[in-house]
Design a protein around this ligand. Structure first.
Ligand code: 5GP
Length: 194
């Protein structure tokens, strides 16, 4: 998605350990017009898939997820990163290791909001090692829901997540695919160069 790539080029900051900081339009301040276009693009790519629900993880997945859900006119469910204080067995639960934060989170979704009858589109802001997306896929699997695919705003293609997800047979659509962050420079996969 050309506009997203331009924004990354203009405002993205490459941090050590292959982390891309996009706080000015995704992870802290947000750009609603760009988010709206992101939602429209996901809706175009996954149209005719019979999506009944968007599934994401708090907190940075929520903005692109809700914009996508608006286009499909379906609800958004976000997995929580902390178990509610009131212990409940009415939850689907999966473990997600975060490479950037070097910690494991138990992610949960209430059984009320993911149903066997659902066809789920998983949305997240970044795809790196794929653990967040695989955790969300696992929650959908526990519910018996169908996963129509995974939509990612920024894929770091040089990390293993994209291969892991496609090798498991899931459709993956990423709006910007980064080939390298070497030497502090963002390089996109060649077919998308602007
Ligand atoms: P994964 O589970 O695929 O390794 O990582 C996905 C999560 O880690 C995303 O939801 C995102 O919050 C965070 N993340 C991974 N890499 C980056 C990065 O380079 N920049 C930012 N801002 N977040 C990242």
């Amino acid at each position: 998605m050309r506009e997203l790539q331009e924004k990354i080029r203009q405002e993205g900051i490459v941090l050590p350990n292959n982390v891309l900081k996009v706080d000015s339009f995704i992870n802290h301040q947000m750009d609603p017009k760009l988010m709206k276009k992101i939602g429209e693009e996901f809706a175009k790519r996954f149209e005719n898939e019979g999506i009944t629900k968007i599934l994401t993880i708090e907190s940075s997945g929520i903005a692109p997820a809700i914009m996508t859900a608006l286009e499909f006119d379906v609800p958004v469910v976000f997995a929580r990163k902390r178990k509610p204080l009131t212990a409940s067995d009415h939850l689907y639960c999966s473990s997600v290791y975060s490479y950037t934060k070097q910690e494991t989170n138990e992610i949960t979704v209430s059984k009320d909001y993911l149903l066997q009858s659902d066809t789920v589109l998983i949305i997240d802001d970044f795809l790196a090692n794929g653990q967040a997306a695989l955790g969300l896929i696992d929650l959908a699997r526990q519910a018996g829901a169908k996963v129509a695919g995974v939509g990612i705003v920024i894929e770091k293609s040089f990390q293993e997540g994209a291969d892991l997800i496609t090798a498991k047979g899931f459709r993956l659509e990423s709006l910007a695919r980064i080939e390298s962050l070497e030497n502090g420079e963002v390089s996109f996969k060649t077919e998308e160069c602007v």
